[in-house]
Design a protein around this ligand. Structure first.
Ligand code: HAM
Length: 387
């Protein structure tokens, strides 16, 4: 839709790619990788995410030699050795996009809007887009120092102090109330952006405003991966409990060079498919919303009717109507249960009497009304009703 080409990535890569790409200090690399020795005594790791593998493929195969940006999309399993719980799995399913080679805030807005469109297209509504800027190499080092000075003056416990040394930004994301209280007045990156990164951020948010993509600015957002610069965003759903992040991404302007490629910028997002499905289920449970599996369900009474219904169902599918039927010679009651379970809108009931008359009974399962329709006209009738 937006010119992203599909790339199939390997499930495992050399461990060093993730250590360098995702960052040694992240939990993903230091605690959560599935790392093995292969028969050639090379250290390999099941991919914990997709971005580093895309960068490796782009560098190795020169995919950045044509017209920029190089736009790629991918989907598949990722592996993280996390403590499993609702919405947090050791094998998780992601789809993502990466746009490489142009540092343009319009591209950031495109990627964020595309992610938003993905959730909307599956009918999700109760999520929120949080966005911030993490600065870049011109302003982040000075800010980092300022934040560390602030944090080192606080009575932090040993472990938090160590975290403040390695990645002070992550202390701002500490969920413990006492730490939140202590850091309430901490300096924020958004107040220390260079004029260029400030302008970049304002252009991105301005474009999102113009596109009608709703967002909230969260200056304390911290992502679990080290490569982010400038725009950083997360989609959060409140129906999921603790594992509320249904997707996220951002710009990673130093990553390609760090992995041995050209000095090219990039931006992308990863959508968590498992959590998106859980969020959809949570919304549907709340609203009693659309759990329809098919629109039409065939209920044949007897073998001649079964033959006619099988052909009819096939015709309906050819006309774009999702349909299924009762198999296994069930009685009327059992077959109608099948229609209910499929949450079908219409049941088609065909017995010897209807076959003789050349008609079929169409039952509207919501309205609980039933009409006899000409067998020859029923496909068009249903196409019109459902259209
Ligand atoms: P991430 O935020 O680490 O970003 O993962 C993206 C999404 O994957 C999360 O928002 C979440 O929905 C899902 N996810 C992560 N871990 C788990 C888990 N253990 N169980 C279930 N779902 C999970 C990335 O991976 C980046 N590569 C995104 C990106 C692309 N940034 C730039 N380009």
């Amino acid at each position: 839709m937006a010119g992203y080409e599909y790339i199939e990535l390997p499930i495992f890569e050399e461990t060093a790619l993730f250590a360098r790409g995702v960052g040694e200090s992240t939990d993903v690399v230091s605690k959560e990788m599935y790392t093995f020795q292969d028969r050639g005594e090379r250290s390999v790791t099941l991919r914990p995410e997709g971005t580093a593998g895309v960068m490796r493929a782009v560098i190795e195969h020169g995919l950045d030699r044509g017209q920029l940006p190089t736009k790629l999309m991918y989907a598949g399993p990722c592996f993280r050795y996390e403590r499993p719980q609702a919405g947090r799995y050791r094998q998780l399913q992601q789809m993502g996009v990466e746009a490489i080679g142009v540092d343009d805030p319009a591209l950031d807005a495109e990627v964020v809007a595309l992610a938003d469109r993905c959730y909307k297209s599956v009918g999700l509504t109760g999520y929120r887009l949080e966005i911030t800027s993490l600065g870049d190499s011109t302003c982040r080092p000075a800010y980092r120092q300022k934040l560390q000075e602030f944090l080192f003056a606080l009575p932090l416990d040993e472990e938090t102090r160590r975290r403040a040394e390695i990645n002070p930004l992550r202390v701002l994301d500490d969920k413990r109330p006492e730490v939140q209280d202590m850091t309430a007045d901490a300096p924020l990156m958004l107040d220390h952006l260079s004029p260029e990164t400030q302008e970049h951020f304002e252009t991105v948010t301005g474009l999102l405003d113009d596109m009608g993509v709703a967002y909230v600015i969260n200056p304390r957002m911290v992502r679990g991966l080290d490569y982010y610069t400038k725009t950083c965003f997360e989609f959060v759903h409140d129906g999921l409990g603790a594992q509320s992040g249904i997707g996220g991404g951002g710009r990673y302007d130093g990553l390609m060079a760090q992995l041995g490629g050209q000095e090219l910028s990039g931006i992308g997002f990863g959508l968590g498919i498992d959590r998106t499905l859980l969020a959809l289920q949570a919304e549907q449970a709340e609203t009693g919303g659309d759990t329809r599996r098919v629109d039409v369900f065939g209920v044949p009474m007897g073998s001649a009717a079964k033959r006619a219904i099988a052909v009819l169902i096939n015709q309906l599918r050819s006309n774009g109507v999702s349909s299924d039927m009762s198999y296994g010679d069930r009685g009327l009651k059992g077959a109608m249960k099948g229609a209910d379970r499929a949450h079908a809108r219409f049941a088609l009931i065909l017995g010897d009497r209807e076959l003789e008359n050349g008609t079929i009974a169409v039952k509207d399962l919501a309205a609980q009304t039933q009409t006899d329709i000409d067998l020859a006209a029923v496909v068009q009738y249903l196409v019109d009703e459902l259209g």
